[in-house]
Design a protein around this ligand. Sequence first.
Ligand code: GLN
Length: 551
Amino acid sequence: MPRKKNNHLKYIFVVGGVMSGVGKGVAASSIGKILQARGLRVTALKIDPYVNVDAGTMNPTEHGETFVLDDGTECDQDMGNYERFLDRDLSRANYMTTGSIYLDVIRRERNLEFGGKCVSVVPYIPMEVILRIDRAAAKADAEVALVEIGGTVGEYENILFLEAIRMLRLRHPGDVLIALVSYIPSLGAGGNELKTKPTQHAVRNLNSVGLQPDIIFGRAPMRLDEKRKEKLSLMCGVAKEDVISSPNADSIYDVPLNFEKEALSDRLLKKLNLRPRGRDLDAWRRLCRTIRVAKKEARIGVIGKYFDTGEFMLADSYISVLEAIKHGAAAARRKPVIEWLGSGEFEKDPRSLAALSQYDGIVVPGGFGHRGVEGKIAAIRYCREHKIPYLGLCYGMQLAVIEFARNVLKLKGANTTEIDQTAAHPVIDIMPEQKKLMEEKKYGGTMRLGAYPAELFPKTIAAAAYGTLKISERHRHRYEVNPDYIGRFEKAGVVFSGKSPDGRLMEIMELAKSVHPFFMGTQFHPELKSRPLHPHPLFREFMKAAAKGKK
Ligand code: GLN
């Protein structure tokens, strides 16, 4: 049956102008949120312009966190933003890179699937992009596909994605909307003179590939004044009402509300000829209010290996951990004050560990390799002995197990074989199926990745937090607690409150409430599943324990 007119899938492309890092992902997520609040079924996709097939092989210290989806896809951190804002689980269909697109097209060419044709870059690569967007939308039963294009307009790398938009617009005029998120620098003595020229150039760049933006988001420290809106409207060829202020926000969760102050959803619906089905941002508004009014602080220290050397952007490398702490803090009615602590100092001077007592809670997030590990282990010991709430995520759990082995079980030389292959007590060891992959040097996408079920034990802190005994959590690791040592740990008071259904893998370790206010480690990454409207139960309990310390 032919689809009725105006019943087509609608596409919103979000592209960046002037420079990267201006919050394109948050803008895209916020657009999704406000459309969802108007009753529309929205899905979100990210297209990254690099040749890596996925984000798993990239250094998070340079490119930000590697986010992991239920199906094990290792992807860009923006996918985490989409999941958090839309409160939906996304899949492999929602993420693509130049590398993954070419890989697929080349594979099909090798299989003679192009019927003898010359497979030229245009139109075949943009066609593959369009195909994938449509597939993701169909899978999610979405009415609107929100597609964020990585990079900035005017650069060479993302040109084929822009070409896909041009082709799509030709095919479905009226169903494609282009939103340019552009940086508006402020100059002048008071820093309040907003300059529109770079954005004008960005629009010219878009024009040169046959595209005209429908909406311009002006990312600036403050709201755009009327003059600036008029100027952008005139020089860039968009209606004044389609120039939307995107000022810096105290909380990223305020951004959808800021957009609605400018009636953005009405504009989007009108342009795409969509009819709304309600208006419901109430729960979101309440959350933002809770975040805003929380005055009592909870100080959380996050310990990592390079944190003291200023080698990288911390907030982006651990964005899901950061957001999950914020979600938990909102649930505990606290204002989170998060500090990054380098473990190097703890290694050099054990006296520096005393500084940990000024924190209400300590997190050791995931990690790889040997650097800074001894400092982290010393810090975990301090938390255990001084009863500071502790949450260890993946590596943070493994190191807590090593700490306990060395200092309570007195197993000298206890370690992970990731660091010491000949450890006297390999309490953390490589999973057998991982060993083979390592020997064959198969690194990309080969860790234990994505969602796995686990079973919880009744009457544990974990079981009480989740309120259920069957859970599913996301993983990204190669090592695990060595099954040969479980008995010794349990006898000494470690509670493995979560295990894989076959009982072989230890998924959660905790210490009883009678000995410590909150000491927990998870082999999985709970931060990947925390959502602002549904804080992760373990982060919530951790933050509640941290809040208790504050009078
Ligand atoms: N390096 C550890 C492993 O591979 C932990 C990984 C992580 O923290 N994500 O098992």
